[in-house]
Design a binder for this molecule. Structure first.
Ligand SMILES: [Zn+2]
Length: 112
């Protein structure tokens, strides 16, 4: 399962197709646990969403991290994201000893 970590400008090459000179990349955690940079087009494609959908989810992930870092509990973040974006957000049951994870759509994940 591939999950979106964030979109930023810290890299300029897509590891999927090799395209260079990108203004921004989507960092995606792939099945073996490594995080690799994808161009936005390739990222949207592998995640099965439109580019617009990817951007919206990335904004939601960034906002969730900001709220988490400000000390808000998962329940508050989930309600806030719902109010702001209107798409399903859920908190995954945490396994013992592991942090709760906020699930944003099918591929956005924010560990608490
Ligand atoms: Zn690519």
């Amino acid at each position: 399962m591939k999950t979106l970590i964030e979109i930023n400008d810290e890299h300029d090459t897509c590891e999927c197709c090799g395209k260079t000179g990108l203004k921004r990349v989507a960092w995606i955690r792939i099945e073996d646990g490594t995080v690799v940079p994808f161009g936005v087009c390739c990222a949207a494609s592998v995640l099965g969403v439109s580019k617009a959908g990817l951007s919206t989810k990335a904004r939601a992930v960034a906002l969730a991290k900001k709220w988490r870092d400000a000390g808000h509990p998962a329940g508050v973040i989930v309600k806030g994201l719902w109010n702001q974006f209107g798409f399903p957000v859920a908190v995954d049951e945490s396994a013992p000893g592991r942090p709760e994870t906020i699930r944003i759509g099918s591929f956005g994940r924010v560990e608490m």
